[in-house]
Design a protein around this ligand. Structure first.
Ligand SMILES: [Zn+2]
Ligand SMILES: [Zn+2]
Length: 491
């Protein structure tokens, strides 16, 4: 049965869908602990989900990467905090070194120019007027800069070390792709002497490529700590996952990633020959190479990264992205569902999705207390004990196993789906279920008649039956207690 507690970490899911969701509810999680509150990413429609007061009180935004479905409202929040909020509070942006750079670049055009107070002049405003940028995670000891060489006109790309010294072309090079606006680095690994792309190859705890300090961000009031993790985040644009720890809780947000141990092992063991259209000597001496970086990379991941990646999820409540079959930059449901991680919540899922693990749908609140998680519904905490979770656009359902259930869950091609028990389907039947509507954790009988629906008004749920003259409203009470009890008695 439900219980009440305000302990632990509360996670409110303001959005949980991918970039092409017809609902536009992309990724944004509000994390509250004691009296501190943060957003992880800001891709959901923050202004319709949170009050101005809540936005003003946020202690910061943690950004995992700069895809639009995670970033879309950032500039608006920064402007709101500067121009509307009273008292005005500087917006803290917490991100890894690389993601922070990307946020500065992409937001500047919108933030840095405005009119003077009398509206008569166009004036410049620095990014830091709106945003207080904070790096979490270690910083790289080697970076690409544009520099002026002694006795030469103009600037060139070079890799420099921590002291600002240009690094030998035998150790590091800049690769410029003719179609890209940013150069990438290749680096000769200290141990194997193979050419690698350090951003992909080294884990954040690599002692020579990154600073030793892992540089976590701790909230000054409550001590809740956010750590940038790189090894498990394999997504294309530089992406960090986020580990949250308090005295009692350990939560891991995968962010967007391809979780695939078999692929990861391949990337850590496969050695590729370099492709040259020049001599080895020319390659050795060049500081800048023009072309495709993958022609020069000999190994994608280090064994260190693989091993660290495989160990980081352990013992955490895991909020993980999930997608259909053969996704390219996300995690296939089949792989994460069979990974052996038990405390798993799935997010970033497609609009139609069936899962044996809880789905973190927009509007839901979850409280993590110690190693357990519960759904918070009107101040009460409930276990997740359904056998299947089903999302169909903005509707969601839970299924409980019953011998003669009106629906059946089946698996095809590694994906689950649900049909009426008497329907034809191709695939393997897993079990039969009774389905209930799940409206932000309030369970109600599933509606079959298209002339009926549920609506929410001021926190209450009403059943509506549409008639020619309008609609008939009936206030509804959650049946989650009965549904859970039935489940317990059965076990
Ligand atoms: Zn995404
Ligand atoms: Zn992404």
């Amino acid at each position: 049965m439900p219980f009440k507690s305000d302990k632990g970490v509360k996670i409110e899911f303001l959005g949980d869908s991918g970039p092409f969701s017809k609902l536009g509810q992309s990724i944004c999680y509000k994390i509250s602990y004691e009296d501190s509150s943060y957003l992880i990413d800001c891709g959901a429609a923050v202004f319709s989900e949170l009050t101005g007061d809540t936005i003003n009180k946020l202690d910061g935004i943690i950004a995992t990467h700069s895809h639009e479905d995670h970033r879309r409202w950032f500039v608006d929040i920064a402007l709101f905090r500067f121009y509307v909020s009273k008292p005005q509070r500087h917006l803290r942006l917490i991100a890894s070194e690389t993601v922070l750079e990307e946020f500065v670049k992409t937001s500047r055009a919108a933030l840095e120019r405005t009119l003077s107070m009398d509206s008569r002049k166009v004036v410049e405003v620095p990014f830091t007027t709106f945003v207080d940028p904070v790096i979490f995670g270690p910083t790289a000891n080697y970076r690409i800069v544009k520099t002026r060489l002694e006795g030469e006109e103009g600037t060139v790309w070079r890799v420099i070390d921590k002291r600002g010294k240009v690094v030998s072309a035998k150790r590091a090079k800049v690769v410029v792709h003719p179609e890209a606006n940013r150069p990438r680095m290749i680096f000769r690994d200290f141990d194997t002497n193979r050419w690698v792309e350090p951003e992909s190859y080294y884990p954040f705890n690599h002692k020579r490529f990154y600073t030793q300090d892992q540089n976590p961000y701790s909230d000054p009031k409550t001590g809740i700590t956010f750590e940038a993790m790189k090894s498990t985040a394999w997504h294309g644009p530089f992406t960090t996952s986020v580990r949250i720890t308090t005295g009692d809780e350990k939560i891991y947000f995968s962010s967007d990633t391809v979780y695939d141990p078999a692929l990861w092992k391949d990337m850590a063991t496969e050695i590729r020959p370099q492709k040259f259209d020049r001599s080895r000597k020319e390659f050795d001496n060049a500081h800048i190479l023009y072309g495709e970086i993958n022609d020069f990379i000999e190994q994608t991941w280090s064994m260190d990264r693989y091993e660290r990646g495989m160990s980081l999820y352990k013992d955490h409540v895991l909020v993980h992205d999930a997608a259909g079959k053969n996704s390219i930059v996300h995690t296939d449901y089949e792989i994460i569902a069979n990974s052996g991680h038990e405390k798993l919540l799935l997010t970033h899922s497609p609009d139609h999705f069936v899962s044996q693990f809880p789905l973190t749908l927009s509007g839901k609140s979850i409280r993590v207390i110690g190693g357990e998680y519960f759904e918070e519904v009107n101040g009460e905490l409930w276990p997740f004990d359904a056998d299947v979770y089903f999302k169909e656009f903005s509707h969601s359902f839970v299924g409980y196993k019953t011998r003669n259930g009106p629906y059946k869950v089946y698996v095809r091609n590694g994906l689950l789906d649900i049909v009426r028990s008497d329907a034809e389907f191709e695939g393997e039947e897993l079990f039969k279920v009774a389905l209930y509507a799940d409206i932000n954790g309030v369970y109600l009988p599933r509606i079959e008649d298209p002339k009926e629906s549920y609506i929410r008004r001021r926190g209450r749920i009403f059943h509506v039956r549409y008639t020619k003259s309008g609609g008939k409203l009936k206030a509804m009470e959650s049946i989650r207690g009965q549904v859970c009890k039935k489940q317990r008695n059965r076990l």
